[in-house]
Design a protein around this ligand. Structure first.
Ligand code: FEO
Length: 395
């Protein structure tokens, strides 16, 4: 990617990671980008760097605008290494004692990552920095995505440099919302479900705060994916909605299977749910990435989970998705557990315990079938599905 001017004197000098397909366990089927922003004013400011290994491209992009050595100030909105990994090289290149602004938590977290004695300036929430014809305001946004996270807002251009928030793992030459179009929303939704869902209460408070202080946002520049220049309100509205976790009349039946018995049950349960007029999708865990399953979880009302019993326990892939799901703290869900078993049959009880630990409203009783479901067994699955469907409609 070349440097792109996004407003007069403001550039995206970041890089595209076309080939990344696994971002710490998140499937990035469209790659990603590490956006970095250059503001050329009386002071030249760089906001965030890039992942280690991409520093040459970053410096080359900056060079298309200005000699990188003329950068006066670096701002680190977030310590995670997809944005800070390039700091050592950049600071070394531009001058180790150039001021490096970050949040107070950023001071601590950068020190946990780097031994360099940079010229740190830890800023307070709301603190301002004049850079000539512009003033930048720092807004603390703890846990969006790490304790050190903050936004930088340009008062004159009304641009919000939002770090991870409002991002998407998306790679393309067309890096603006109006160019990519509505398809970008599915990437933004997946990003929210897998990165930010557990911080939903903080996002609600942040949006309330932004409304309260009347922050005029004309453009949002996240550190990943497209820049929201035409409809920044669209992604803010989506975040407000997603963070409330109000489910749709939708169910997912997530399962794994050994000899197709739990699969047969899953499809019969989905059939029963569908008969109640509820949207439903059976999802074989080994045919779907966990991060895609979580995107479905975000707006589903019923999470129905099936596992065969293997060695007196849950099937390992079921354990994997439940562990992942639990960490992301989905709310306002109905849960149900089912599965086929041979002799001991512990898995369904174990699945239920995990769903209960997530505070889901559970469907009673669980449904277990020994070995292969016969006609009567299939009917019991359809009835179980109908029961779940009714619970969704009445929930
Ligand atoms: Fe894109 Fe939390 O780093």
């Amino acid at each position: 990617m070349k440097a792109v001017e996004i407003a007069k004197g403001v550039y995206n000098v970041g890089v595209i990671d076309w080939n990344i397909r696994d971002f710490h366990g998140y499937s990035t089927e469209r790659g990603s980008s590490y956006n970095s922003f250059l503001i050329v004013d009386e002071k030249v400011v760089l906001i965030d760097t890039v992942k280690r290994g991409y520093e040459d491209q970053l410096l080359e992009n900056i060079s298309q605008i200005i000699d990188p050595k003329k950068i006066d100030i670096v701002i680190s909105n977030h310590t995670e290494m997809d944005h800070s990994g390039g700091l050592p090289r950049v600071m070394h290149y531009i001058g180790e004692q150039k001021p490096l602004f970050c949040s107070k938590m950023g001071l601590k977290n950068l020190a946990h990552h780097f031994t360099h004695k940079w010229n740190f300036h830890g800023v307070e929430n709301g603190e301002e920095l004049n850079i000539g014809s512009r003033t930048l305001t720092f807004l603390e946004t703890r846990m969006l995505h790490w304790p050190d996270s903050m936004f930088t807002y340009c008062n004159e251009d009304k641009i919000l440099f939002s770090s991870d928030a409002f991002g998407q793992h998306y790679a393309g030459y067309e890096m603006f919302d109006d160019v990519v179009g509505h398809t970008i929303m599915s990437h933004a939704k997946k990003y929210f479900a897998n990165i930010l869902m557990l911080y939903a209460p903080k996002i609600q408070k942040l949006i309330e705060h932004v409304v309260e202080i009347g922050l005029d946002i004309q453009m949002i520049c996240p550190d990943h994916g497209v820049i929201w220049r035409r409809e920044p309100g669209k992604i803010i509205e989506a975040y407000a909605r997603w963070s409330q976790q109000v489910p749709e009349q939708k169910a997912i039946v997530v399962y794994d299977t050994m000899w197709h018995s739990t699969q047969t049950m899953a499809e019969a349960i989905a059939d029963g749910i569908s008969k109640e007029g509820v949207s439903v999708k059976p999802i074989h865990i080994r045919s779907s990435h966990r991060s895609d399953i979580m995107t479905e979880v975000l707006d589903a009302k019923a999470i129905v989970v099936g596992s065969p019993t293997l060695n007196n326990g849950m099937f390992p892939t079921v354990s994997d998705i439940l562990t992942y799901m639990k960490g992301l703290k989905p709310k306002n869900k109905i849960g149900a557990a089912f599965g086929s078993y041979g002799w001991s049959g512990e898995s369904v009880k174990l699945v239920r315990e995990q769903l209960e630990a997530m505070k889901f409203d559970m469907i009673d009783p669980n449904l277990r079938i020994q070995y292969v479901p016969d006609e009567e067994g299939i009917e019991s699955c359809v009835a179980f599905g109908r029961q779940i469907g009714q619970a969704v409609l009445n929930g």
